[in-house]
Design a protein around this ligand. Structure first.
Ligand code: IMP
Ligand code: MG
Length: 186
């Protein structure tokens, strides 16, 4: 598979984001709410870079059904939903694609009484967004290709890869010269 973002670049970027979050939330009642399952790896690495007191909580959302690479209906499981009343929530997801997941969860957190809700994503895919939401923290901007690794899956496979790679699909058979034309930003 074509590696789009190396382990080292991810580490450097997560460090920088963590320090930025640390500075921005100093003295504030921060709860980082990670959206399972894709954000598991970024959560573990990011919170160890945020050197201020904060809470961690989890929500589960999924929009990809089985082996497809196109989105289905959004399913949200709030059974572990945290008490965020009066707290600053930072929602963390692996990737901003159409934007439906994050936009929906921002509203849910506000409805649950959060003081302020902001968003952080490891990746933002270009040219796919359907909902107008600007992430407050973004690791990397990537071209419109289906990626796996560092938490991101295809049918629950590949999450363990320490880098982000392009999954070959019939429409995007893999390693191509395109990567040079669509640089990963961040
Ligand atoms: P959105 O609601 O369309 O923004 O979708 C966000 C969710 O779709 C993410 O949390 C991922 O689980 C999934 N997703 C979107 N693009 C990819 C991809 O390229 N690889 C793996 N999962 C993806
Ligand atoms: Mg996900």
């Amino acid at each position: 598979m074509e590696i789009l973002i190396s382990e080292e670049r991810i580490r450097d970027r997560i460090h920088a984001l963590g320090k930025q979050i640390e500075a921005d939330y100093l003295g504030r009642p921060l709860t980082i709410v990670a959206i399972l399952t894709g954000s598991l790896i970024v959560l573990a690495d990011l919170i160890r870079e945020v050197g201020i007191p904060h809470r961690v909580a989890l929500l589960q959302a999924s929009s990809y059904k089985g082996a497809t690479t196109t989105a289905g209906a959004l399913i949200i499981n709030e059974s572990f939903a945290p008490d965020v009343a009066g707290r600053d929530v930072l929602l963390l997801d692996d990737i901003l694609d159409t934007g439906h997941t994050l936009a929906t969860l921002v509203h849910r957190m506000s409805d649950r009484g959060a003081l302020r809700v902001r968003t952080a994503v490891l990746l933002r895919k270009l040219g796919r967004q359907e909902v107008g939401i600007e992430p407050d923290y973004c690791g990397f901007v990537i071209p419109d290709r289906f990626v796996v690794g560092y938490g991101l899956d295809h049918n629950d496979d590949y999450r363990h890869l320490p880098y982000v790679a392009v999954l070959p699909t019939p429409e995007d058979p893999g390693a191509s010269e395109e990567t040079g034309q669509f640089p990963v930003m961040g």
